[in-house]
Design a protein around this ligand. Structure first.
Ligand SMILES: Cc1cc2nc3c(=O)[nH]c(=O)nc-3n(C[C@H](O)[C@H](O)[C@H](O)COP(=O)(O)O)c2cc1C
Length: 205
């Protein structure tokens, strides 16, 4: 089922690139899907390899606070400004890349920044995934899908699912006809509120 949701003028997309090489397959596939978004919807692209974050330090339960670095602050602002966040991560060891995982670890820190209301502000926004892998069977990426779905459920976000593609060498995803076709309508998909498996209504559309 498709909806008109991508036509809404108040939407803005943040594409978070999590590959550890430039011009990779995941970015190619994410750009193919993004090309289909209406021109009036702003798109912002950030490459985590170009905005490196230090390893996340868990200071959530400490009384002392320390200032956020420049890249952390830029990513936090970009995250809070978007209605739709697209995690574009290659499949690395059956889950998200380290760059992407570290970015999500920072979300935990942002949850406890006084005055930010990160959790309240993220509620109702939409999380999407794009991922390219060498394997031809997407079932091996279940771990990545679960991570994104549960992250969205925790924050009471919507989850639009993951656009998958196949490829190993840079550019190889262009040969994946099925992925190219799916990219054309990916952002028109319904994005229901994400649910944990134990919640009522989980799995219903
Ligand atoms: C560290 C690392 C781990 C990988 N792990 C997997 C994997 O678990 N399953 C898989 O199918 N492909 C795996 N691959 C292959 C990549 O998913 C594949 O090359 C993909 O096209 C990379 O996307 P990119 O070009 O956007 O970086 C791995 C590649 C690297 C570098």
């Amino acid at each position: 089922m498709t909806t008109d949701t991508t036509r809404a003028t108040d939407r803005s997309f943040l594409f978070v690139l999590g590959s550890s090489r430039p011009d990779g397959n995941t970015e190619i596939l994410a750009r193919a899907a993004a090309e289909q978004l209406p021109a009036g919807i702003p798109q912002r692209w950030v490459d985590l390899a170009q905005l490196p974050l230090p390893d996340f330090q868990d200071g959530r339960h400490e009384t002392d606070t320390w200032p956020a670095g420049e890249n952390e602050e830029a990513l936090r602002q970009a995250t809070l400004e978007a209605t739709d966040i697209v995690i574009a991560s290659p499949l690395y060891w059956y889950t998200l890349s380290a760059h992407t995982k570290r970015y999500l670890d920072y979300w935990s820190g942002w949850l406890s920044v006084p005055g930010t209301d990160f959790k309240e502000r993220m509620a109702g926004r939409t999380l999407w995934g794009v991922s390219v892998m060498a394997d031809h069977d997407e079932v091996v990426a279940d771990g990545l899908v679960t991570t994104l779905n549960h992250t969205a459920a925790y924050l009471r976000m919507r989850f639009g699912g993951v656009l998958f593609g196949n490829g190993s060498r840079p550019g190889q995803v262009r040969d994946d006809e099925r992925a190219t076709i799916r990219a054309k309508t990916f952002f028109q998909r319904e994005a229901p509120l994400a649910r944990f498996p134990y919640e009522e209504g989980a799995g219903e559309r």
